[in-house]
Design a protein around this ligand. Structure first.
Ligand code: MG
Length: 381
């Protein structure tokens, strides 16, 4: 092709602007005001923070689930599907099942997706990938592991590989025995050794449910059967994941743990812009790798079981997991009871083919009610 197309400005609709990923995305945009612009900002409940971000970034559109008064020049939209007008990329960083509705709406609007919301693929992988294919929409991963794989595959989700290996820090409880795990506290669980993230994903990293979610995401993003997705514990979180090829070669992506790198790359690839400090290997000294401790962390196994069953079962897994983590954070159940809650829900629901968003939303609601009844007694719903 003759000539070079210079991308002057990337217009971004940021969904979930007040969460951990959203704030780091704001950092990226702040650093490169000539390259990135927010056309829309959306969040759940933190209206005050949204208003401050609207004042700073002057988007055209804003949306909040709570009532809010946008600053002059910013239009508050009532319907989230309107948020994607005028953007080039929809950065979906909302947490939880709600993220799926945004992802599907952005695909419907024909926008490129930078995907940081796990539930979109965990619960709705089949629908999301089908809709993206129909609309010719590209889905670029933001999660550090999937971004690493994307980089190792030369930015091609359909590239050939032999095996994907997701690295896991192992979370704060890697070296605890099964007996000790029964007595860990919320404070312990919220103390992640390498990554600073929101409370839900931090607890999911402690149970290793998060790694199970990431296996499911990898399955959809890279069209990989579960047998071709492995996991390895890497406590330093420097190698962000690996890809093995048929000739025995393996490629890995390395860097300090800093989510701004995969966020920025999802917006600029194949171009790279300065973002994080260069890795100093002599300062790191040693990188260690350990077998994945599946037997101590039943949430991971439950996630793989749900992935294997497919259909609506991953949505049941996710819903029960969200309720269980909320209950754990509120001090209502023990750490081990998170897995018990998920196991009970998976056992109680029959698999259905995943056909529509409404069906998944209904499954999500029923699984939440079921998990609440399991935790708080049958009077709760
Ligand atoms: Mg991750």
């Amino acid at each position: 092709m003759a000539g070079v197309i210079l991308k002057i400005m990337t217009n971004i609709a940021l969904i979930g602007c007040t969460g951990s990923i959203g704030r780091q995305a704001a950092d990226v945009v702040r650093r490169y005001p000539d390259r990135f612009r927010f056309t829309a900002l959306a969040c759940g409940k933190r209206a005050g923070e949204l208003i401050a971000l609207c004042r700073e970034f002057r988007p055209l559109l804003a949306y909040c689930e709570a009532p809010f008064d946008p600053p002059a020049g910013v239009k508050a939209v009532k319907d989230k599907t309107e948020l994607f007008a005028g953007c080039d990329v929809a950065l979906i960083a909302a947490g939880g099942f709600t993220g799926l509705a945004y992802t599907l709406a952005a695909i419907e609007a024909g926008k490129k997706i930078a995907l940081a919301n796990k539930e979109s693929l965990v619960c709705g992988g089949e629908l999301v990938m089908r809709a993206a294919k129909e609309k010719g929409v590209e889905i670029v991963p933001v999660d550090s592991e999937h971004s690493a794989i994307f980089q190792c595959l030369s930015y091609r989700c359909d590239a050939a590989f032999e095996k994907l290996v997701l690295t896991a820090s192992g979370g704060p409880f890697l070296h605890k025995s099964k007996e000790e795990l029964a007595h860990v506290t919320v404070r312990d669980a919220l103390h992640h050794p390498t990554w600073k993230m929101g409370p839900k994903i931090t607890v999911d990293s402690a149970t290793l449910l998060n790694k199970g979610f990431e296996v499911i995401e990898a399955k959809w993003l890279y069209g990989a059967p579960l047998e071709k997705i492995g996991t390895v514990v890497h406590p330093e979180s420097i190698v962000h994941s690996l890809v093995y090829f048929s000739d025995g070669a393996a490629l890995a992506q390395l860097g300090y743990p800093d989510m701004r790198v995969p966020i920025q790359l999802a917006l600029t690839y194949p171009e790279r812009l300065p973002c994080a400090p260069m890795l100093d290997l002599t300062q790191i000294g040693t990188l260690s790798f350990l077998p994945f401790p599946e037997d101590k962390f039943p949430c991971f196994t439950l996630a793989i079981d749900a992935a294997r069953a497919g259909g609506t079962m991953p949505a049941v897994l996710n819903a029960a997991g969200e309720i269980a983590v909320q209950a754990f954070l509120a001090g209502c159940i023990t750490f081990s009871a998170i897995a018990d809650t998920i196991q009970d829900a998976l056992g109680a629901f029959a698999r259905e083919n995943a056909e529509s968003y409404d069906q998944l939303a209904e499954t999500d609601a029923r699984a939440r009610a079921h998990a609440k009844a399991f935790i708080y007694g049958s009077s709760a719903s």
